[in-house]
Design a protein around this ligand. Structure first.
Ligand code: GLC
Length: 547
């Protein structure tokens, strides 16, 4: 099946299903839930990393790219998982974390022991003449991005946690080692690869200080050399398989660069994730802040990216949720009264757009953020650091907690809610993160009498059967509407108008004259009357098709 017809599902293995009662999800757990996944009719599953790791950043700190962490299972379990999914018509996408390794990785350990070959795998730099750190760069998880490496007298770069050391991609041996990892997993039948923060690999060899008032990330993010690195990796590994599917996680990228990353003739990647739309509830671009989402800005971004990528022949991954984001329902929908309708509305927005939709586990049953009342419930290193930093900068404990609660990554990492029991049917042990709302939101109830899962099935079916959804062009609909985000899709003579009400109040949309004769392809409310003044109920989506 063509990429444009496919839908990808994301599983956070630690939280999907625990088969052995240790409170942590595992591969055998996933194998036992394949029938559920099959019902959705998804084409591929992206798994967050389950390689050997000290788990300081939940597996994004890899100590061995070639082995499965025993917490998650064995290589035999993995092989069985691939084979069983294949039999169900589902492909596997693995998470390749190549910007950094764990400091427990053999390469770093050798560097630490003074082995020069491996010292060249990382950014090792001496202190400045005045004894201060080699650069003033900030870690994305807080604090300086450089730390001393043993007693070598040198410092190493870590853009994330101090236990995640940045690899130096200038070194061809590093790039070859990464291609080798990809090829190892390809030999195991893997055809999908997600490349973690791949556009921060293009640092310059000289780690220059960021001028005062300039964020250090602007110096190393999305630089031109990343295109060269990707072309090389493509040629040396996944590009040899015409059916491979790849996605790059692109921090603060641009439309222009994203076209470059994904235009088929460039031989870089199949598609990219960008995050601009998920920053529309950040005050002045600061994640650890709180505000209602800026709807006009959200529309501008969704529209600008869809139109820009279409015009330039690029391809985007479409998503609201992942393991790094609070649940979209709490941010852009309504986690309470209109949970069901707003879940369907948000799904409509991305599934009928041009690009490849990603579903993050639990989204298809309308999962929302957990209700935690103390920091003791949170596990993520980023949230714990942010809380401390907020308090240090003068926020009261209460205010700091309120901010962390709205933005913490743990919000989406809580266990998949299979049923209404105290452990949500996820484990027989003590779940590593506590579920709090499984009584009202769980798979058993959803499949029994819910409508969200069924609505996702319809959206996925439409993409597979309607060329206008998979391959139609994208066109802007009125950007000035105060509460509706709409867009056109077009293929030959056919036109599809998708209208989405982002608010809990009803509204009316003036339809273009010709559309009064359109048929209702899909809506999350029954009995839509197509007329010049089209009524939209709270969080209603309507897709109108004109042949
Ligand atoms: C990506 C991952 C995130 C991780 C970070 C560092 O953003 O999605 O979970 O913490 O990279 O690897």
């Amino acid at each position: 099946m063509k990429l444009s017809q496919q839908v990808i599902y994301q599983i956070y293995p630690k939280s999907f299903y625990d088969s052995d009662g240790d409170g942590i999800g595992d591969l055998r757990g996933i194998i036992s839930k394949i029938d559920y996944l099959k019902q959705l009719n998804i084409d591929m599953i992206w798994f967050n990393p389950f390689f050997v790791s000290p788990q300081n950043d939940n597996g994004y700190d890899i100590a061995d790219y070639y082995r499965i962490d025993p917490t998650f299972g064995t290589m035999a379990d993995f092989e069985e998982l691939v084979a069983t999914l294949k039999a169900a018509g589902i492909g596997v996408m693995l998470d390749m974390v190549f910007n950094h390794t764990s400091t427990q990785h053999e390469w770093f350990q050798k560097a630490l022991a003074g082995d020069e070959t491996y010292q060249k795998f990382y950014y090792l730099r001496p202190a400045k003449a005045d004894g201060s750190l080699p650069t003033n760069w900030e870690s994305k998880f807080g604090g300086p991005a450089l730390g001393p490496i043993g007693d070598t007298g040198l410092y190493y770069l870590h853009l994330y946690d101090p236990t995640q050391a940045d690899l130096d991609w200038h070194n061809p041996a590093v790039r070859e080692a990464c291609a080798e990892v990809v090829n190892f997993w390809r030999d195991k039948g893997v055809q999908g690869f997600r490349f973690d923060v791949i556009n921060v690999t293009g640092k310059s060899e000289q780690l220059v200080d960021a001028p005062t008032g300039v964020a250090s990330k602007t110096l190393y993010t999305d630089t031109p050399i990343v295109h060269d690195y990707l072309k090389e990796l493509n040629e040396a590994s996944f590009g040899q398989d015409p059916d491979s599917i790849t996605v790059g996680e692109m921090s603060s990228t641009t439309i222009k660069n994203s076209i470059g990353y994904t235009k088929p003739s460039n031989h870089e990647l199949s598609m990219v994730f960008n995050f601009h739309h998920l920053k529309t509830d950040y005050v002045d671009g600061r994640k650890w802040s709180r505000m209602a989402f800026d709807f006009p800005r959200l529309k501008q971004l969704l529209d600008g990216w869809a139109a820009g990528m279409d015009a330039g022949g690029g391809w985007q991954a479409l998503f609201w949720n992942n393991h790094d984001q609070p649940r979209a329902l709490n941010r852009f929908g309504d986690a309470g009264q209109y949970r069901v309708k707003s879940a369907e509305m948000l799904a409509t927005v991305i599934h009928l757009m041009r690009g490849t939709p990603f579903i993050y586990m639990g989204e298809e049953i309308g999962m929302v953020d957990p209700y935690y009342d103390s920091m003791a419930d949170y596990a993520d290193i980023e949230a714990l650091n942010a809380y401390r930093a907020l308090v240090r900068s003068g926020y009261s404990h209460k205010d700091a907690f309120t901010i962390v609660r709205t933005k913490a990554r743990d919000n989406s990492r809580t266990p998949m809610q299979w049923d209404a029991t105290p452990k949500a049917g996820f484990t027989t042990g003590r779940p590593w993160l506590r579920p709090t709302n499984q009584q009202t939101i769980n798979v058993a109830d959803e499949l029994d009498h819910g409508e969200i899962f069924n609505y996702y099935q319809q959206l996925i079916h439409l993409r597979k059967t309607m060329p206008i959804i998979a391959d139609g062009t994208y066109k802007t609909w009125r950007l000035d509407d105060q509460q509706v985000f709409g867009y056109w899709r077009q293929l030959g003579e056919q036109q599809l108008l998708v209208l989405n009400n982002f608010y809990p109040t009803a509204t009316t949309v003036k339809l273009p004259e010709a559309m009064v004769n359109a048929e209702v392809l899909l809506s999350n409310y029954p009995d839509v009357v197509v007329q010049a003044d089209l009524q939209l109920q709270p969080y209603q989506s309507v897709a109108l098709l004109l042949n």
